[in-house]
Design a protein around this ligand. Structure first.
Ligand code: UTP
Length: 239
């Protein structure tokens, strides 16, 4: 079973919590031991936002800001690599081809951002399509896709299951309203729809939640299930 896990920067390393990084690395190792072929895409989190805010005040343009964001995602990817040790290539992949090469060699592939104008949400979706993944998991700080921001709207309801086109419909209006934080960005949702990629959005704060979702399909977040693929995945046991 081939899996891409997108780990938000604030999920992997809030305040550079070493134990948290070790916990996520342990899950990556354990899934690989179970026979999963894995790609891990790491986000920039609060550190990226701090650097971007500072550079914006200094007059950097949007592409320059994105480049700074990408550099921070790659630093976070290196943090995960550090915790994984000899298990992975020491340099995060620079593009999908390098990532695919790592998977073909039988290595776990770790990467951050790749180019301006997007986030690592889209990188994870594109990587999942590129390597023909069976499953894409977004380990975010929110436990699934909600009808509104659950942090600010008490009436926000969680979707248990969505089709990829439902996901696009839910995310699109969120992406238009300033300051709204969608759990997965619109480009990623569109890539998921185009690829018909089975996807899970969950709270990845506890790395064990990622492991349960990948190995057994057990989680409390949102399943994005392509039309015609059936609600029950058949490959959990085909690792
Ligand atoms: P993240 O993927 O962490 O973005 O990349 P984010 O949406 O701000 O983080 P979360 O999901 O809320 O935790 C950090 C920044 O790096 C740049 C963007 O500026 C992004 O906001 N980036 C990242 C790119 O320009 N291209 C990429 O491929 C990845």
């Amino acid at each position: 079973m081939r899996v891409v896990i997108s780990i938000g920067g604030s999920v992997l390393a809030p305040g550079l919590d070493v134990g948290r990084v070790e916990g996520h690395a342990a899950v990556v190792e354990s899934l690989a031991d179970e026979g999963c072929e894995l790609g891990a895409v790491v986000g920039g989190g609060g550190v990226a936002r701090d650097y971007i805010d500072a550079a914006r005040d200094l007059g950097a343009n949007e592409v320059q800001l994105d480049q700074i964001g990408i550099d921070v995602t790659r630093i976070n990817a290196r943090l995960l690599v550090a915790a994984l040790g000899d298990f992975v290539d020491p340099t995060p992949a620079h593009d999908y081809e390098e990532a695919g090469d790592a998977i073909r060699r039988g290595d776990v592939c770790v990467m951050g951002g790749v180019m301006p104008g997007q986030t690592t949400d889209a990188v994870a979706a594109a990587l999942a399509e590129y390597i023909n993944a069976d499953l894409l998991v977004y380990a975010t700080s929110v436990d699934g896709v909600f009808s509104a921001d659950p942090g600010t709207d008490a009436d926000a309801e969680k979707y248990g299951t969505l089709t990829p086109s439902d996901l696009v419909d839910v995310i699109a209006p969120m992406s238009r309203s300033a300051g709204a934080s969608a759990p997965v960005d619109l480009l990623a949702a569109k890539l998921i729809e185009r690829a018909g990629m089975r996807t899970v959005v969950l709270d990845g704060t506890d790395p064990a939640a990622i492991e349960a979702a990948v190995l057994r399909g057990e989680h409390t977040g949102t399943d994005v299930v392509p039309e015609g693929s059936g609600a029950e995945p058949t490959y959990w046991t085909q690792r």
